[in-house]
Design a protein. Structure first.
Length: 137
């Protein structure tokens, strides 16, 4: 798993953000890139590490800029703590769930596209965060 670490001015690591892969059969085409036949769902994870002065305000700014997302509510952030929120909306006619977290050292956003409405995005978000973000020893 590739891992990226951030350091503060004194060189001490703050956090690490890695990537997780789900083993599925994928195909490649010049038009679509890497894709899974018969599965339109997409999971996109974006994350950064460094100093987050005000995690709550940072989440306010994130969701203010995501104008297609509504119904934003606080959700449990999982064992790594911080604050987290999830909301949903539509983009180009496709259902999108977005969950974001912020703590003093990381900010991350998980986009779930074209998942069934019965899916619990906050659970998927916590699973993805737990698999990709790790405290630096």
């Amino acid at each position: 798993m590739p891992v990226t670490t951030a350091t503060e001015g004194d060189g001490e690591p703050l956090s690490a953000l890695g990537t997780a892969y789900i083993p599925v059969e994928e195909e490649y085409s010049a038009e679509l890139g890497l894709y899974r036949p018969d599965d339109d769902r997409v999971v996109l994870l974006s994350g950064v590490s460094g100093t987050v002065a005000d995690p709550e305000r940072t989440l306010d700014l994130v969701f203010t800029r995501l104008t297609a997302i509504s119904g934003v509510t606080p959700v449990p952030p999982g064992p790594l703590g911080g604050s987290a929120r999830c909301g949903d909306g539509r983009s180009r006619g496709v259902r999108v769930d977005v969950c974001a977290w912020a703590d003093r050292h990381t900010l991350g956003i998980v986009h779930l596209t074209d998942f069934p409405q019965t899916t619990h995005p906050e659970e998927i978000f916590r699973q993805i965060r737990a698999q990709t973000e790790h405290p630096v020893p």
